[in-house]
Design a protein around this ligand. Structure first.
Ligand SMILES: NC(=O)C1=CN([C@@H]2O[C@H](COP(=O)(O)OP(=O)(O)OC[C@H]3O[C@@H](n4cnc5c(N)ncnc54)[C@H](OP(=O)(O)O)[C@@H]3O)[C@@H](O)[C@H]2O)C=CC1
Ligand SMILES: N[C@@H](CC=O)C(=O)O
Length: 404
C-alpha cells in the first residue's frame, strides 16, 4: 500500500480522488501496490463536499499529515501560496516526496525547492503546473539534454483562451465569459491571476527556466493580460482576418533572451488560431529536433489530476528524472530589443494625444469614441513608454502584438 497525503480538495483534488477511485484496480495491477489517499488537508472543515469522505480522513492541521509515517507522498493541490510552500518544505525535510499543480509556488520557489528535493534525494514534481493535462515538462527536460532550445511559445492559460474563444466565436461580452470560466473550474481562486496574465507568466517562467537551462525570473518578463479587451476590439481583429490569443513566449539567441506575455493577434489560418476554449498548446524549437507541438486540455479537474497522477506514478516507479532541471547558464535579458507591429485601441482619447501617436502609426483603423491604429514596426518598450506618458488607465486601452 502506498499512502498519499492530499493537500486541497477543490477542483483538482476532487479530480484526483475520482481517478484514483475509478482506476484503482488498474493502478494496483500496474504499480504492484494500491495507491491510497490516507489523509486530506482542507482549509474549511465545515464546507459541504460533493463526495462522501470519511470524517477521520479530513485534517485542518498539516502536522497531522506530516507526522503520519505511513504517508510517503504528498500531493499539493491547494490554492494557497505561502502556507503551502511551508508545507512542501516541511514534507521534503521529513523525507516525503512532493507532487504539486501549484504553479505560483513552483514559479516563486523553483530553485529553492528543486535544490532541497535533490539534497534529500526525493522527488519534487510539478507536471500539472504547466499546460494542465499536457505532458510538457518531462519531455522538455529530456529535450534540453539533447537540444539547444531557441524558442518556447504557448497558449498557457485555459481561462483566457476560453474567454477569447467565446468572445471571438459568439460575440459574447468579456464579463459573461469570465463568469462561465469560473463556473467550469478553470479560473484561479482570484481570477485576476488569469486575466492579467500572471498565471501565464508563472508557467512561462517555469518553462523558460527549464528550456534555457538558465534562470528566467518573473521580473524578467514583460506582462500584459486580456482584461481590457472589448467586443469592439474583437470586431476590428476579425476585420484583419485574424484572431487573438494570450501568448507567452521566450526566445533565445547567443545567451540573450526575450520573455513576454501579451495578447497576440494571429492570422485565422495559423496553428495557434485552432487552439480554442480551455485548450492549451506549447511549441518548442530545438536545434536538432526542430519544431515540436504539444496540445491538450489546459485546465479542468480530470486533465489536471491526470498530470498529477502521472507524476505520482513516476515517484512510485522511481522513474522520475534525477537530473537537476535547473541549469547554471548565465543568460541576459534582451527585452529592450523586442520589435513588432501592434494594434492599439484608445477609448475617449484626448485631441492632443492623437498627435503623439502619429510617429508610431502606420494605419488609422477607427476614430471617434475608439481611436484605433496599427503601428509601424516599433520597439515594445517605446510603445509601453508612450502609453505610460499618456497616463492611460488600463481599462481605456488595449494593446495587441501583431504576429505574422
Ligand atoms: N483548476 C485547474 O484547472 C488547475 C489548477 N491548478 C492549480 O491547482 C491548485 C488547485 O486548484 P483548484 O483545485 O482549481 O483550486 P480550488 O480553489 O478549487 O481548491 C483549492 C483547495 O485548496 C484548499 N486550501 C486552500 N488554502 C488552503 C490551506 N492554507 N490549507 C489547506 N487547504 C487549503 C481549499 O480548501 P477548502 O475546500 O476547505 O476551501 C480547497 O479544497 C492551484 O494551485 C491551481 O493553480 C493547476 C492546473 C489546472
Ligand atoms: N487557471 C488556470 C488553471 C490551470 O493552470 C488556467 O485557466 O489555465
Amino acid at each position: 500500500m502506498i499512502n498519499i497525503g492530499l493537500l486541497g480538495l477543490g477542483t483538482v483534488g476532487l479530480g484526483i480522488v475520482e481517478i484514483l477511485d475509478k482506476r484503482k484496480d488498474e493502478l494496483k495491477a500496474i504499480l504492484g501496490s494500491e495507491l491510497r489517499i490516507k489523509k486530506i488537508l482542507v482549509k474549511n472543515n465545515s464546507k459541504k463536499r460533493s463526495i462522501d469522505i470519511e470524517r477521520e480522513m479530513i485534517a485542518t492541521d498539516f502536522e497531522d499529515i506530516l507526522e503520519d509515517e505511513d504517508i510517503s507522498i504528498i500531493i499539493e493541490v491547494t490554492s494557497d501560496l505561502e502556507n503551502s510552500y511551508e508545507y512542501i518544505k516541511k514534507a521534503l525535510n521529513a523525507g516525503k516526496h512532493v507532487v504539486t499543480a501549484n504553479k505560483a509556488i513552483v514559479s516563486k520557489y523553483f530553485e529553492e525547492l528543486s535544490s532541497l528535493a535533490r539534497e534529500k534525494n526525493l522527488a519534487f514534481l510539478y507536471e500539472a503546473s504547466v499546460g494542465g493535462g499536457i505532458p510538457i515538462l518531462k519531455p522538455l527536460r529530456e529535450q534540453t539534454a539533447i537540444n539547444e532550445i531557441t524558442k518556447v511559445q504557448g497558449i498557457l492559460n485555459g481561462t483566457c483562451n476560453y474567454i477569447l474563444t467565446r468572445m471571438f466565436e459568439e460575440g459574447m461580452e468579456y464579463e459573461d465569459t469570465l463568469k462561465m470560466a469560473k463556473e467550469l473550474g478553470y479560473a484561479e481562486v482570484d481570477p485576476t491571476a488569469d486575466v492579467e496574465g500572471y498565471d501565464t507568466l508563472r508557467k512561462l517562467r517555469i518553462l523558460g527556466t527549464i528550456a534555457l537551462r538558465g534562470k528566467i525570473s518573473e521580473e524578467d518578463m514583460i506582462l500584459d493580460g486580456i482584461s481590457s479587451i472589448t467586443a469592439f476590439d474583437m470586431e476590428q481583429i476579425k476585420n484583419m482576418n485574424s484572431t487573438v490569443k494570450l501568448i507567452g513566449e521566450v526566445n533565445m539567441e547567443d545567451d540573450k533572451f526575450t520573455a513576454v506575455v501579451q495578447p497576440t493577434i494571429i492570422n485565422k489560418d495559423s496553428y495557434f488560431s485552432k487552439v480554442n476554449m480551455a485548450y492549451n498548446s506549447i511549441v518548442l524549437i530545438g536545434d536538432n529536433v526542430g519544431e515540436l507541438r504539444f496540445y491538450g486540455a489546459g485546465a479542468g479537474a480530470l486533465p489536471t489530476a491526470d498530470a498529477v497522477l502521472r507524476d505520482v506514478i513516476d515517484v512510485v516507479n522511481n522513474s522520475y528524472g534525477k537530473i537537476n532541471p535547473l541549469g547554471k547558464r548565465e543568460v541576459q535579458n534582451n527585452n529592450s530589443m523586442i520589435k513588432d507591429k501592434y494594434y492599439l485601441r484608445i477609448s475617449e482619447i484626448e485631441e492632443g494625444d492623437i498627435e503623439k501617436l502619429q510617429k508610431i502609426t502606420d494605419k488609422i483603423l477607427t476614430t471617434a469614441e475608439n481611436f484605433t491604429v496599427i503601428t509601424k514596426k516599433v520597439f515594445l518598450k517605446d510603445i509601453l513608454d508612450l502609453i505610460k506618458s499618456l497616463g492611460l488607465r488600463k481599462d481605456k486601452y488595449f494593446l495587441g502584438r501583431i504576429l505574422n
